[in-house]
Design a protein around this ligand. Sequence first.
Ligand code: KG4
Ligand code: ZN
Length: 352
Amino acid sequence: MLLLGLESSCDETGAAVVRDDGTVLSDVVHSQVELHAVYGGVVPELASRDHARNVAPVVREALSRAGVTLDALDGIAVTHRPGLVGALLVGVQVAKGLAWASGKPLIGVDHLMGHLLAIFLRREGESAPPPPEFPFVALLASGGHTALFRVDGSTTDAVHELGGTRDDAAGEAFDKVAKLLGLGYPGGPAVDRLAKGGDASVFPLEAPMSHGTSLEMSFSGIKTRIATHVRERTTPLSAEEIAGICASFQRAVTTVLADKLLAAARRESVRHVVLGGGVAANSELRRRVTELAEAHGITAHLPDKQSCTDNAAMIAYAGAMRLARGEHDAWDLVATSQTALPRATRKGRGKR
Ligand code: KG4
Ligand code: ZN
């Protein structure tokens, strides 16, 4: 089975052609990072307009790189939730048009399912380790969401949230701290880079909510501590101090994420843990999770970095899993800011 996937929930316009065994034939991403960088975050109206400008060439490129036409496809999958509604609408309307013109089924995909299943993607030229077995526990950490899920299968009804952030998403905290330190947008990769040479003892921070057995998390307090420190300074921060704050912040956040993921896996008695979402590209998180899992006899599965951040290949794959069960949508498929996954709709979710 061969699917075209479309992704436009936030600031990446993506189209990809993927087989139902996870083989990625093409994966095209047009990033809007430069467009939004000057504002320090995503401006929804600009995002929608840029998706509208780029979606047709991105789809054409994805089909061309895969060497297929619409006729060769078994279905057209599109992210229809959660995300910026105006941005989602662009992908949804284009997918409807393509499905209508080609007579192929239209499959709406929850963006979070895409991130949770991105570990099953197989890219050409990469020797990927074996995929995880169900059930597994996944940490989804992105700019809009941070939560732990038990995943018993590849469709929405087989996924249950176990806990998550009470306030900011982890990626949101990375972005806000980077902005405070003048590191630009998006902040995650910049903090990751600077933390490598930083001395965390310059500005010690405790890992938030790391005690006890709760799987809840919180990242706004640690961000506020850094904001207060920066505001109270009468002289500019030196490069060493900035690197030290990055190292300390990253250590605190990745410690909580890795500890809670492993605690969830032990509580659920599963042997496999999986990472997903943009923050899963973080080098320290990847190292911590790998080491902790190994120490507990659990296998850690880390998607390649391209599969962690927003892409349409994960959407095509999640769509293929729905289609394989005979599920597809009709012309009334809507774009909505809410996820369909249970227990993931509390305050602070579904937004960036
Ligand atoms: O999954 P994603 O591409 O979009 C959303 O669905 O939100 O995640 C983007 C987020 C941003 O907050 C970005 O700063 C963060 O992922 N990110 C990272 C790294 N690379 C991207 N955070 C920490 N370390 C990284 N290396
Ligand atoms: Zn995402």
